[in-house]
Design a protein around this ligand. Structure first.
Ligand code: THU
Length: 123
């Protein structure tokens, strides 16, 4: 699965977002070592801090299905924002230094290694 294909999946996942408070939908598509795609979307809660980011939903969902090795992740937002600090940490812990594909809704795609997003991870 190439970058554009994974981003397409993340775009699809973004449509499942529950972002009724921020109106900022995020979609993630996590590629497992077996080339399976695990979706993630942000899910907001009325008790705001209990909201969960799309990237962590994808990682936790995969792990809860027994999938523990990952090749890459794609994240789609309206403006192509990069993952938050908490998600960088969790992704690094469970996926290692994978490529993170980013895209906005205009199709501007880029890739950055996770270690470059989180140069000094807590390990
Ligand atoms: N959000 C994500 O899903 N991933 C990130 O890396 C940053 C932020 C979500 C959380 C919240 O639902 C919304 O985006 C606005 O912060």
């Amino acid at each position: 699965m190439n970058r554009s294909q994974l981003i397409k999946q993340a775009k699809k996942a973004r449509n499942f977002a529950k972002a009724q408070y921020s109106n900022y939908q995020v979609g993630a598509a996590l590629l497992t070592e077996d080339d399976e795609v695990i979706y993630g979307c942000n899910i907001e809660s009325k008790a705001y801090p209990t909201t969960m980011c799309a990237e962590r939903v994808a990682i936790f969902s995969a792990i809860s299905q027994g999938k523990i090795k990952f090749k890459s992740i794609a994240v789609v937002t309206k403006d192509g924002s990069t993952p938050c600090g908490g998600c960088r940490q969790v992704m690094f812990e469970y996926a290692g230094d994978i490529p993170v594909h980013i895209s906005d809704l205009d199709g501007n795609e880029s890739t950055v290694q996770l270690i470059d997003l989180l140069p000094y991870p807590f390990v």
